[in-house]
Design a binder for this molecule. Sequence first.
Ligand SMILES: [Zn+2]
Length: 77
Amino acid sequence: MENTGNKKIIVCVKCGKELNNGFYNSPNGIFCPECWENKPKEEREQLYNDAIENIAAIVELKKKNDREHLQSFVIRK
Ligand SMILES: [Zn+2]
């Protein structure tokens, strides 16, 4: 399938395959389902935990209205 429009092409950070359907957006990059599922379970859990901890930290800073530290978190689209 060729991608001709202005649509952004998303590729797997591990195998470089173009991702048209499903993908996993982890803190370490975007993975295709095959590469993601081939990762060790511990590594996947660690990535999930890191993401959840980041969110929890942001929520805490927001509660305290700590703008200075909030700015150190960059949220990518
Ligand atoms: Zn891949």
